[in-house]
Design a protein around this ligand. Structure first.
Ligand code: CTP
Length: 400
């Protein structure tokens, strides 16, 4: 799975003959799972049609500051929407204007508004490419933090042969992938996450369990994959899919299965986040056949499940170990005790007293408590946002 999966990309096309390759580039980016919005300089319309690019990108193509109905194309919004911007082909004229801060077309205005990494693929004839003004513009653009995708050598539209051809779309994509992956905050890290409930069997058709949907842990696994980590998810019974994400998923049912799966991957892991709602007890015996209804009352004897997180805490070497605490009373005291007792680096506290928090909800309201006693409380947010908060906190505060 590519790091470009689910990334939002603005592709800006300017007026060079290599603009025809933009169609292939859009296709490749879409195949990688990216959402692509194409913008054109007005002169690029002589080389490629908006219809081709909008069909391939499945998004409207923009090339003017205003639309025919008089509405405004919000270049600031587009610049902020993007996770990354690619300008391909970037003509000598566009490079010069970018270096000078001109903004007389939509491409330049979006470029100036963009807060994300900007990749530039120059394309022009060899003498234009060699000209000192072009080289200086490219050098200036690098000092602004833009990433230049080197032009390639070969036959040019002029009939001459030499350096100046836009990099092939495949090469542009691998250049962008390599750079984005290497800059990803969790690049090279192995993240192990547990999610969901555990079901403890009573007989072949019944179990003791809880209402956890798995959403919180699955959002953490997805966010970690988006941040460039190698992600392994150990998931109790959950209907939520992780398809389309670079996540290695091991489905388990009981606490004992979850324990085995977590322990077998623990040594390798850099960051371990135990967000599963593990059943504390399991039936002492699992009936082999479906239990028949007989007496008016029935007793199921339960035995304690191992505390998976505590076991991981005891074996901890270099891993960052993060647990969750679900509390109904004396929340902070109880969470701090769990943090210490289970040898954690951080615990994420969710309180059952908050109506926005808990099982089967899309939102959560959490506080982070670290082993050095920091307490950071957050507002109620979507679980996907909470997942990003947790991982950003780990990257910024714990991974030093
Ligand atoms: N946990 C675990 N194994 C268990 C029980 C809990 O690994 N058998 C983990 C949970 O995944 C969570 C943390 O321990 O990260 C705290 O879980 P919680 O249910 O809040 O606390 P418990 O330790 O089970 O204590 P209690 O239920 O008494 O509050």
């Amino acid at each position: 799975m590519s790091i470009l999966n689910r990334k939002r990309i603005v592709l800006a096309v300017t007026a060079g003959i290599a603009a025809y390759k933009a169609a292939f580039l859009v296709r490749l980016l879409v195949k990688k799972g990216a959402e692509v919005r194409v913008i054109l300089s007005p002169e690029a319309l002589d080389f490629v049609t908006p219809l081709t690019l909008s069909t391939l990108s499945k998004n409207q193509v923009e090339y003017e500051f205003s639309n025919s109905d008089g509405s405004w194309n919000n270049h600031v919004e587009l610049g902020l929407w993007a996770d990354l911007m690619i300008i391909a082909p970037a003509t000598a004229n566009t490079l010069s204007k970018m270096a000078d801060g001109a903004s007389d077309n939509l491409v330049l205005a979006v470029y100036l508004s963009a807060k994300c990494p900007v990749f530039v693929a120059p394309a022009m004839d060899l003498d234009m490419y060699r000209h000192p003004s072009t080289s200086q513009n490219i050098e200036r653009l690098k000092t602004f933090g833009n990433l230049i995708i080197p032009a390639e050598s070969g036959e040019l539209a002029s009939g001459l042969s030499g350096e100046g051809r836009m990099a092939e779309p495949e090469n542009i994509v691998s250049f962008v992938e390599d750079k984005i992956q290497s800059k990803a905050p969790l690049n090279g890290k192995k993240v192990l996450v547990s999610a969901g409930p555990t079901y403890e069997l009573i007989d072949p058709v019944r179990f003791v369990g809880n209402f956890s949907s798995g959403k919180m842990g699955i959002e953490i696994a997805k966010a970690a994959a988006d941040m460039g980590a190698e992600v392994s998810l150990v998931c109790g019974p959950s209907a939520i899919s992780t398809e389309g994400f670079a996540i290695r998923r091991t489905d388990v049912i009981s606490a004992l299965e979850m324990k085995n799966a977590m322990e077998s991957q623990y040594t390798e892991a850099d960051i371990v986040i135990m967000s599963a709602a593990v059943a504390d007890y399991r039936p002492a015996n699992i009936a082999e056949q479906k239990i028949k209804k007989k007496e008016d009352e029935m007793v199921i004897q339960l035995v304690k499940n191992p505390d998976i997180l505590k076991g991981l805490g005891e074996k901890k070497k270099n891993q960052l170990l993060i647990g969750f605490a679900l509390e109904t009373n004396d929340e902070i005291e109880n969470a701090k005790a769990k943090l210490k007792n289970k040898n954690l680096d951080m615990i994420v506290l969710n309180s059952m007293q908050d109506k926005e928090a808990g099982f089967r909800k899309d939102t959560n309201k959490v506080s982070f408590i670290t082993k050095d006693q920091q307490l950071i409380s957050h507002e109620a947010k979507n679980k996907s946002e909470v997942a990003k908060d947790i991982l950003n906190f780990i990257v910024e505060k714990l991974m030093l």
